[in-house]
Design a protein around this ligand. Structure first.
Ligand SMILES: Nc1ncnc2c1ncn2[C@@H]1O[C@H](COP(=O)(O)OP(=O)(O)O)[C@@H](O)[C@H]1O
Ligand SMILES: [Mg+2]
Length: 235
């Protein structure tokens, strides 16, 4: 479904991605892990064609991710979103629906569905400026879900959330599982990744160190955190 082939990326003299290759299958819940600055967000930005690889290619369902048609079925929640404080959650989602070319009636239905999924129906008419961080993330997630994406890309969605917020977010993702959506998750909350995701890759300084089904990554008795520390310390 998603395929990175020998992707390299530089910013000036700095090599950010070095020969990165991996695949994600349809329906997979995939997590990309790595220290800050490892290149995780850059990988997502290349996948979305916000920035371009120096060499190599990225395919989505066999089509180059440079082509808009390849990226049609993608929902994306960026790192650190800022919702406009003066709009209500519903108004914000309406803006998104307009971008997806929905008719008025379709848009309202899609918004209802997305609000239901993220559990924000009761607060939809409050201004975003009054939302907690967890509510903002849930509205951000709703926005990424509006067009019923095949591929959902979330860049550190639980960053800065309290433990309850993290747990609620996990439960929403668990509910999406098995509905055909493919998840690409960047996260530092390894215990959550271990519970939600099927496969994980670890990247460090632009090098992809490993990618496998999570049970295969864990040596006897190890948690994902142990694997992370073992692999990152080895470098
Ligand atoms: N637009 C940019 N210009 C220059 N350097 C960048 C740019 N974007 C990212 N970088 C650098 O690329 C590296 C990887 O960044 P990033 O992909 O954001 O890491 P991660 O998401 O894993 O924390 C970092 O060293 C970062 O400073
Ligand atoms: Mg990042």
């Amino acid at each position: 479904m998603i395929r990175f082939r020998s992707v390299r990326k530089r910013y000036g003299a700095l090599t950010v991605l070095e020969n990165v290759s991996f695949e994600i299958s349809a329906g997979d819940f995939f997590a990309l892990l790595g220290p800050n600055g490892a290149g995780k967000t850059t990988i997502i930005r290349i996948l979305l064609d916000f920035t371009q690889a120096g060499s190599g290619e990225v395919l989505i369902n066999g089509i180059s991710s440079r082509l808009p048609s390849a990226r049609k079925g993608i929902g994306y929640l960026p790192e650190n979103i800022n919702l406009p404080a003066y709009l209500s959650g519903r108004e914000y989602l309406r803006r998104h629906a307009r971008l997806s070319d929905f008719s008025g009636k379709e848009a309202e239905k899609a918004i209802d569905r997305a609000l239901e999924t993220v559990g924000m129906k009761s607060r939809q008419r409050s201004r975003c400026g009054t939302y907690s961080k967890g509510m903002m993330q849930r509205i951000g997630l709703a926005a990424s879900l509006i067009a019923s994406p095949q591929i959902l890309i979330l860049d550190e969605p639980t960053n800065g959330l309290d433990p309850i917020g993290i747990r609620e977010f996990r439960m929403i993702l668990e509910n999406l599982k098995g509905q055909g959506v493919t998840l690409f998750l960047n996260s530092h909350i390894l215990s959550e990744v271990e519970r939600i995701c099927d496969t994980a890759a670890i990247i460090d300084k632009g090098h992809l160190l490993i990618k496998d089904e999570i049970p295969n990554l864990l040596h006897e008795g190890e948690s994902l955190e142990d694997v992370f520390v073992r692999l990152i310390n080895r470098k």
